[in-house]
Ligand binder design. Structure first.
Ligand SMILES: C[S@@+](CC[C@H](N)C(=O)[O-])C[C@H]1O[C@@H](n2cnc3c(N)ncnc32)[C@H](O)[C@@H]1O
Length: 302
């Protein structure tokens, strides 16, 4: 047994948690020469190129939203969990806003972690589909961002229940996803999104879930649920933010290409040509990309 001393417990008590060392999935290189995790449903690549994209995406989201979170958490918040943390950039940036907090960045694989754990943040392995490796009621703020390619449709409710389980009474849970809604999209964009949606369904994923996050939180019993559908410009027509989002979305489509083209028996070149025509529509029609976010509070006495 490993004995893990959570640093933030030092402020309150000396509770120690016993847990087996977490196992992480192996990776393999697929048709598009990109490494992906095996033994887990997550279907985006897990390689240096994707890590670069995730950090760029983090900056693009910040440029579009002007903050790293939406929930009305108190400045004195000290216990924060980021589920599916990726490179760990969100805990690092949140630490600047909450210097007194201890932030845990958890991911099914440590291969993307770009930071070493300190007294302010801990990076650790854990699989949200198998249950979070924490006792209940630990965190004042639980954040999960961009796991739509990791959580099959059938698992969403259980995952939300798990986020709630580890949240303290009165604490906040926030989830944010992107990827299904492009406003002012032309016919090619609509066709590509529908095609991608069908490929995802074949894998057991419903991308439409991302616009239902608020309903999921409400159904799970959270209070004060707020739903945000935030549009941001997509394309160079939209200046700095629009250009960043365009770069990120094209790069995300490229990351999905290998998996989807293999499933549909489509050539990568055909896919690239399709995406180019889609991107032209964004510029001529002034398309907007929509972020779907929701947050809610665990009942104070639950
Ligand atoms: C698209 S990335 C988002 C990373 C980060 N949340 C961000 O916003 O930059 C999804 C992350 O979820 C992780 N992941 C996939 N399946 C997971 C699971 N079952 N449990 C925990 N993390 C998972 C992946 O390894 C990857 O780092």
């Amino acid at each position: 047994m490993n004995r893990i001393q959570w640093p933030f417990f030092r402020r309150r008590n000396t509770l120690q948690l016993e847990q087996e060392p977490a196992q992480q999935p192996a990776s393999s290189v697929s048709v598009d020469d990109r490494a992906r995790l095996i033994d887990t449903p997550y279907f985006l690549p897990k390689d240096a190129e994707e890590d670069t994209r995730l950090n760029f995406q983090h900056r693009a989201l910040y440029a579009a939203m002007g903050n790293h979170y939406l929930a009305p958490i108190k400045p004195e918040t000290t216990t924060i969990l980021d589920v599916g943390t990726g490179t760990g950039i969100w805990p690092i940036e949140m630490n600047r806003l909450f210097p007194e907090a201890h932030i845990i960045g958890l991911d099914v694989s440590s291969s993307s972690f770009q930071y070493t754990s300190t007294a302010a943040y801990t990076f650790m392995i854990g699989d949200v589909l198998k249950g979070l490796p924490f006792p209940e009621k630990q965190f004042e703020f639980v954040h999960q961002r961009l796991l739509v390619a990791a959580i099959p449709t059938a698992n969403w409710s259980t995952v939300i229940d798990e986020l709630i389980r580890v949240t303290r009474p009165g604490g906040w849970i926030e989830v944010l996803e992107i990827g299904v809604t492009i406003k002012n999209a032309g016919p090619e964009t609509a066709r590509l999104l529908a095609w991608m949606g069908d490929r995802s369904k074949e894998r057991g994923f419903d991308m439409g879930m991302v616009s239902q996050l608020g309903q999921l939180l409400t159904r799970a019993g959270l209070q004060d649920v707020e739903i945000n559908h935030i549009p941001a410009p997509l394309g160079t027509w939209g200046g700095h933010v629009g250009s960043m989002l365009k770069t990120n979305v094209l790069s995300a489509f490229n990351a999905l290409k290998g998996a989807y083209c293999t499933q549909a028996n489509m050539s990568p070149e055909q896919f690239d040509t399709w995406v180019q025509s889609v991107a032209r529509e964004w510029e001529t029609l002034h398309a907007s990309y929509v972020f779907h976010a929701a947050y809610g509070r665990r009942a104070p006495d639950a």
